[in-house]
Design a protein around this ligand. Sequence first.
Ligand code: SDX
Length: 393
Amino acid sequence: TKGVITLDSGFKNTGSCESAITFLDGEKGILRYRGYSIEELAEKADFLEVAYLLIFGELPTIEQLEKFHSDIKKHSFVDDDVKKILDAFPKAAHPMGVLASLTSALTAFNPSCVNVDSVEDMYNAIVRILGKFPILVAWTMRKKNGLPLYYGDDSLGYVENILKMMFKQPNQDKYVQNPILVNALDKLLILHADHEQNCSTSTVRIVGSSHAGLFASLSAGISALWGPLHGGANQAVLEMLEAIKADGGDTAKYMEKAKDKNDPFRLMGFGHRVYKNFDPRAKIIKKAADEVLSDLGIEDPILDIAKGLEKQALEDSYFVDRKLYPNVDFYSGIIYRGMGIPTDMFTVMFALGRLPGWIAQWREMRMRKEPIGRPRQLYIGETERKFVTIEKR
Ligand code: SDX
């Protein structure tokens, strides 16, 4: 209603836009990308196919997907000066900070990607970032692990190549790709690909609404995702599970801490603003965690602690009354860990999955010519007062 300002902190009951990309039903635990259920897509599609679907609205034909992939491959490199920026970071720098900086820096090397008023310019920016972002992700991890930077092998599939860029050791000519890891990563990236107007996607939209470039908007989204209440939760879950393991697996103690209002501790990986039922992604990831670890022959006690915690929470009235269920972040880190990905890279993997969703939402916002985002406030500060010179204060 014009002129009336409704305060809605956290936008719990505010619709920020109309969108045709992702549908969520929090009560029923339904998630669909462009009308296709997440269960079907995770089972039957691959990540690049889902990226195409989210961005352009339709599942691609074989020809469309091949052209999309070949256009992306044309841009699967970064300006060599990016290595100097990467070298400037301290070894202890958190990978999300490195990734946000490098993503924003890409603008300097790809000025054609800032003004995207034409469909061609928009497509050009999209295939460039889909080609370059996985390299930034892989190089951030390789740098952390003290490995020489490496461009991968464009004859491989999109996700297969990402894994090779992340893990190939020097002088390891016989790098054999483990199909279990490729399938696991492909599924995880699909499950993270979009989630309507979550915190980081809303950030990408509002930054883009000022007509800042795509890469700068994505960099802002990466920073928003970093927070432990959002994508940073997957790292916080593993740190929590490790703490419980170090504490002799005493999950009951942590359940009490999570319920104690005077204790800032929360059960990380639990709860969701929209899902008041099981997060459908968590169900699929929990099953995948079992499969991947057993396929890899890994007996990880952390998985048992996670399952024990989940079981206790689902039987505890504090959590049941507040409809707190495991979310996408609760089990994902257990798979990343099984794949040999360091804990502080987990949220980077979330960003890699969310990239096509951020792109799709940013493109929709620009194509619908949405106005610049500029909310109002309810002012609760001082009424007018006269200036007092410092001598009289
Ligand atoms: C993601 O929005 C998206 O779609 C996000 C995401 C995506 O794909 O983009 O799904 C990805 O960010 C998943 C969420 C990851 N975050 C965590 O796992 C962190 C732990 N979860 C919480 O911090 C919390 O549940 C949020 C942030 C996810 C949701 O917060 P809300 O909606 O603001 O809910 P709230 O903080 O108001 O909590 C409601 C009640 C409170 O208790 P009361 O005041 O009613 O007594 O539930 C309690 C909270 O104290 N509560 C928890 C809890 N989460 C909520 N208590 C203990 N442990 C928790 N995890």
